[in-house]
Design a protein around this ligand. Sequence first.
Ligand SMILES: [Zn+2]
Ligand SMILES: [Zn+2]
Length: 354
Amino acid sequence: MTKCPNCGAELRFSPEKQKMLCDYCASEFTTEELAEADKPITEAAAAPAKSEEQEDREKREFAEATRVYVCNNCGASIISDENTAAAECYYCHNPVTLSGRVSGEFRPARLIPFKLTRPEAEDVFKKFIKKKWFVPASFRSEKQLEKIVGLYTPFWLTDCKTNATVSADAKIIHTHTSGDYTVTNTKVFDCDRAAYMNFEKIPADGSKKLNDDFIDAVEPFDYKELTEFNMNYLAGFMADKYDVPKTDILERIKSRVLGAATEVLKDDIKGFTTVSITHQSVNLIRTDWEYVMLPLWFMTYIYKGKIYEFAVNGQTGKIAGLPPMSGGKFAAALAIIFFVILLIGGFVSGFLGG
Ligand SMILES: [Zn+2]
Ligand SMILES: [Zn+2]
């Protein structure tokens, strides 16, 4: 039995497609692609992994040294070390209850430690809202700033090997003048390019609650600073528990690499006046995963029943989030503008009249 190099499920041969199929993650492979998938993507993947014994011990230690708090209102699970108590849900601000220990499978392999301190994160946030005119007053309050938590966020870091193809209409166009005429000579070529391409460390968050676009907006992280996980990093911080299994992000990974792979292959079609892509596809033929935690200074603001998310990259200080608009303030500003226009109007007509 051959295992799927993307998800580990068993493959079956499809006589119609003449390919090996994975019913679990919908991947398909030619014999050649499977042979290519056998080769490691990175040097790290080629190195021997930790022994099963060591992994089991680390998972057990993690389970014993952590606590998990659960929010009965929004379902958030918060992991902390045994000395850091969580009282309030970082997401919906309702009280949380201690619900025992967390299973060892949630131990990340590595993490990027926080670099930005809490006061520094607060400063980033204060600067960010300074320029926002129409936010509700309570959004700027000190009480709101207290809601910021240092949150280690679960991410799947993916290395993948792809077989990418593009087809393009490429044209060479020559024009010259002959007497009164301009002659245009167009040669059209069908171009195809295909290549195996490796991608490293594509991030995707493992949290259903967090909005994907918003999380993408605080990237990039510098993965050179990934270090082996150690309980000491959790002291004083919270961690979120992943609830998106790794196989659920395959489609997201695929769409992220499709654009990049197409660019590379398109660049290889050289010497033409114009190149337009008519077909592009990417087949994932091997996926290696690493479960990591990345540092975010995270805050939500609840306004008129809606939750607004904000995050500051705990490594670089990059901020993302869409602030709420205060209807009252906006209306007041509009009224002032209207009044000014009326005044100017009055002045102009007065001037003309005089
Ligand atoms: Zn699969
Ligand atoms: Zn909650």
